[in-house]
Write a protein that binds this ligand. Structure first.
Ligand code: PHE
Length: 348
């Protein structure tokens, strides 16, 4: 244990401190040199074994080395810490002069907006909104609606079949299957609307899509009449298109209603005089309707002597097209944002 040993220790310590370039290796250096188990500490501890005449000089020198090394350590530490901070600031830097990025906020599709509006309108008349499966069985899509398998009416729906051999699984061709599903779970009075997607195997053109939207309405109670149907539809038309609207019924046939009608609203653009929007007819076709057929009521276990009801099905897409002057139904599912974004304002 000599002054030379101390000089060597100091030299090595200083050299290795120069090689320290991050806080982690600085910590290691601290541990190896000036820490409790470090080389300098060991040297200081060993002083007791030095001869009495060497001890004072060795001790003084060792303490000087310690002061020098601790000072060097502190300086290095401060340097590395500020370098680390600089690096972090550089990567986290925010350029406050850049213009902000506008978040794009999604809005409802125009058809969804219309579904909500219709639900609100019918809620005021006491109708609940229900949703049903888009994949249906032939039982609900046809049988319970008085359309037996051998009936030619089954063919007119252009049904898309999901699964064949023995079970008849179809994409629902209308929202009417929900009539039976709702009635099976309810005892009258029933007042419900069912908006949703329906599917038909059809050639697409400006007014036909293979997927479109219907809104089914159903009311069953004692003494419900065709007048109730007309009143409800007229109220809907007034809420949608303004206070002067009128409803037109014409005879039509659907196996699940008797009597059956198609219904139209007088054109809100020309008040029924005839214009481009209503194709000079004065009327806008809305859908089919009628009094629920007794066999449909009996099919779900209702007493058709006691209860009567009305049902209607209207095309939602067409209403949206009329409201906004859209002339091609394919735009709705075309997923062109330039089209859809035009409705962003409408729903806020
Ligand atoms: N489900 C019929 C259709 O899709 C419409 C309708 C509903 C007719 C309810 C009468 C009663 O065309």
């Amino acid at each position: 244990m000599t002054l030379d040993d101390l000089a060597t220790l100091r030299q090595e310590a200083e050299r290795s401190l120069e090689r320290v370039h991050d806080l982690e290796s600085l910590q290691a250096w601290d541990r190896d040199v000036i820490g409790a188990k470090g080389s300098l500490t060991a040297f200081l501890r060993g002083l007791g074994k030095a001869s009495p005449e060497d001890r004072p000089a060795l001790g003084r020198a060792a303490n000087d080395v310690k002061t020098a090394l601790v000072t060097a350590f502190d300086a290095r530490k401060a340097e590395l810490q500020s370098a680390a901070l600089d690096a972090r600031l550089a990567t986290d830097a925010v350029d406050v002069t850049l213009p902000g990025r506008k978040p794009t906020i999604g809005v409802d599709h125009p058809v969804s907006q219309m579904i909500r509006e219709l639900s609100d309108i019918f809620a005021l008349m006491g109708f609940q909104t229900a949703f049903g499966p888009e994949v249906e069985t032939g039982h609900y899509n046809f049988d319970l609606l008085n359309i037996p398998s051998d009936h030619p009416a089954r063919d007119v729906w252009d049904t898309m079949i999901v699964d064949t051999p023995n079970s008849e699984i179809v994409l629902r061709t209308h929202t009417s299957p929900m009539q039976a599903r709702v009635m099976e779970k309810t005892t009258p009075p029933v007042r419900v609307i069912v908006p949703g997607r329906v599917y038909r195997y059809e050639a697409q053109d400006a007014s036909h899509e293979w997927m479109f939207h219907q809104l089914e309405g159903l009311a069953v109670d004692e003494r419900i009449t065709l007048a109730d149907l007309k009143g409800v539809l007229r109220e809907m038309a007034r809420q949608l298109f303004g206070p002067n609207r009128r409803i037109r019924f014409r005879c039509d046939f659907f196996p699940f209603v008797e009597p059956g009608v198609d219904f139209a609203v007088d054109c809100m653009i020309c008040n029924g005089a005839g214009c481009r929007v209503c194709k000079q007819t004065g009327w806008l076709e809305m859908g089919g309707a009628g009094m629920v057929h007794p066999s449909v009521l009996e099919g779900v276990g209702y007493d058709s002597e006691k209860y009567t009801g009305f049902a209607f099905g209207l095309g939602i897409d067409r209403i949206v097209m009329q409201r906004y002057g859209i002339n091609d139904v394919r735009a709705f599912a075309g997923n062109d944002l330039r089209f859809l974004q035009q409705f962003a304002v409408a729903s806020r």
